[in-house]
Design a protein around this ligand. Structure first.
Ligand code: SF4
Ligand code: SF4
Length: 411
């Protein structure tokens, strides 16, 4: 019976003609039935759909693998930092210091996404800078949905600063998106520590209070809209010893947390790394944390963090990453790239040539080949790991079986 506390039971009621979903909660050995929000319902339904799609993963895994090794397939995921502008001053990023010379116009976005290149896109991630600083964010979402007929999931990442503005942008987006075609919209708010730590990392006094207000506003919206609110935390030396508290705090707010390790790429602040370098003592704590917490998580988290641990000991990356072949990133400058690990990783610019010519061009192919040899083996990026489960099914299956066999002999 214990497992039932984690399960959701769906009941159809005739009340006002809507479906009502109920959550079964165990409270001090009594069973209580509690109504769950529309956002939670959308998320749970998506999880159930994923289970039924499971057999398709095998077919998709073969197709994905063969396609990716033979030719450049159409992108399956879009990463779009819609602007460089940002109202935070994070210690691990220097985007806010960049002078934005150009910011891709709505007309250009419309033109780019009118290309049939996006017909296979399933996931879209909008971020920045701070994406809600763009007044036309809802319009951008609409354009993307119009050109990605297979899009099932959309993410918007925000730093949470400016609760009223963020609420306005999300309300506009909710009005404009067609939720019959979308499984859910996830809004991820950055929380990098408890109050003092968060404000120090994000460089904004009072920033923590604003982010919490944003989460509370979004949680209210979640009750009546198919959105999911989550927290994103970048694990770094300043918050390394607060991870348990962050998790507990998120639980109290009723949101899940996505943890990822700090990475250094072209956007990270290279002038002042004092607070960003893990000491030997920190590294030991990080290992203990991974062992204690993350390697017991879902299959993807488990795979990634085990791999991350061995990378800290000098091993090469084994976690699948869809970014080189399947992820289309469009930058506010108009540049098209798979990921931002190195300056030279730029396929082209949509202001200079059509987007499909850039994607299938010789330069893009040469960059992909070079990345695989020079950059990917030592890259610790977490991005796209969840997405890759559905595609690189066999790698995960092998990992899972290996671990089962290991546990069998080490009981
Ligand atoms: S990490 Fe994000 S929120 Fe922080 S300064 Fe960079 S773009 Fe802004
Ligand atoms: S460099 Fe990193 S993020 Fe980019 S494709 Fe390779 S593994 Fe993925």
């Amino acid at each position: 019976m214990e497992n039932l506390s984690l399960k959701y039971m769906k009941r159809r009621t005739r009340n006002k003609g809507i479906n009502t979903v109920w959550k079964l909660v165990e409270t001090e050995k009594k069973w209580e039935i509690e109504k769950i929000s529309i956002g939670e319902r959308a998320y749970v339904s998506n999880g159930i759909r994923q289970i039924f799609r499971f057999p398709l993963y095998i077919i998709e895994g073969v197709r994905y693998h063969l396609g990716g090794s033979l030719f450049a397939p159409k992108p399956r995921m879009v990463q779009f930092p819609v602007c460089d502008r940002c109202n935070a001053k994070c210690i691990m990023c220097n985007r806010w210091q960049k002078e934005t010379k150009t910011e891709i116009s709505i007309e250009k976005i419309r033109e780019v996404f009118s290309n049939s290149l996006f017909s296979q896109v399933e996931d879209v991630n909008l971020h920045g800078g701070e994406p809600t600083l763009r007044k036309d964010l809802a319009e951008i979402c609409k354009i993307i949905q119009g050109s990605c007929p297979k899009m099932k999931r959309m993410w918007i990442s925000t730093n949470g600063f400016g609760p009223r503005r963020i609420e306005k942008r999300i309300q506009e987006t909710l009005k404009i998106l067609d939720f019959k075609k979308l499984d859910f919209l996830e809004i991820n708010v950055s929380i990098d520590g408890l109050e003092e730590t968060h404000d120090k990392i994000r460089g904004v006094n009072g920033g923590f209070k604003q982010s919490i207000e944003t989460i509370q506003i979004l949680k209210r919206l979640e009750k009546s809209h198919p959105i999911k609110v989550s927290i994103g935390t970048v694990i770094q030396p300043l918050n390394l010893y607060e991870i348990d508290e962050i998790e507990k705090f998120a639980e109290d707010l009723g949101v899940s947390v996505i943890f990822q390790p700090l990475m250094f790429d072209e956007f990270f602040n290279i002038q002042d790394k004092r607070n960003l370098m893990f000491s030997e003592y920190d590294k030991e704590e990080l290992k203990r944390l991974i062992d204690r917490k993350f390697v017991k998580g879902s299959l993807t988290t488990n795979f990634y963090w085990c791999d991350f641990l061995s990378m800290t000991n000098g091993a090469k990356r084994k976690s699948p990453c869809p970014f080189d072949r399947y992820v289309f990133s469009l930058y506010p400058t108009g540049e098209v790239l798979p990921c931002s690990r190195e300056d030279w990783i730029v396929f082209g610019n949509v202001y200079d040539e059509p987007v499909d010519r850039i994607w299938y061009g010789q330069k893009a192919e040469e960059i992909r080949q070079r990345m695989r040899k020079e950059v990917c083996p030592t890259c610790s990026s977490y991005c796209g790991v969840e997405f890759s489960l559905q595609k690189e099914f066999f790698k995960y299956l092998r990992f899972y079986l290996k671990r089962r066999i290991f546990h069998l002999f080490h009981r």
